[in-house]
Design a binder for this molecule. Sequence first.
Ligand code: SF4
Length: 226
Amino acid sequence: QSTAELDAMVTVCRACPRLVDWRESVATTGRRASFADQPYWGRPAAGFGPAGAPVLVVGLAPAANGANRTGRMFTGDRSGDWIYAALHRGGYATQAASDHAGDGLELQGIRIVSAVRCAPPQNKPTTPEKATCAPWLHRELELAVPTLRSILALGSIGWDATLRTVREMGWAVPRPKPKFGHGAIAEIVTPDGRTVRLVGSYHVSQQNTFTGKLTEAMLDQVIATL
Ligand code: SF4
């Protein structure tokens, strides 16, 4: 199975009834007024970025009116404006703006996925939903591992999902479990003995960027360590 096949398969997943209802109801009757005339994706978001990238970004989940609308990870909302501008400054994105899925933006050397692939109500997936979506991250990591150098976890949910998944895959993870924090780094070792760096960053949600908890300089700093 290739990364392209994985992307195609995840977009038709319906394993979480509550999230299927939510993503589809937002996409039909629940559109934000300012996007009312736009088509909504209303399905799980596939990974964005080239297969075989040395860096994998693991976010939380699509936003109801962001990637659930555009169909592309972190596209169409303020979080995307932040992450793609920072990736552009770091040399990973061909343009700084993230507007819609056909805007020409391409990633180089980095691929973005999320721990949960469907938009959850209040951006909060339940524990069973996180567990149900974990096999998609598992497969993503299996495909990524031959070329993987670093994983950037955006927020503690991405951090925890990554550590849980790599442990299940037989990677060596330090004990006690490394704590999430902005700029935290954990060295995790693949079964064939290669060290991959897991780097933590506060999530690019408006809750963090509006309040100044996460600044552009702080985001640039962690991206420089990847
Ligand atoms: Fe499938 Fe993941 Fe969406 Fe659940 S959250 S329906 S497992 S893609």
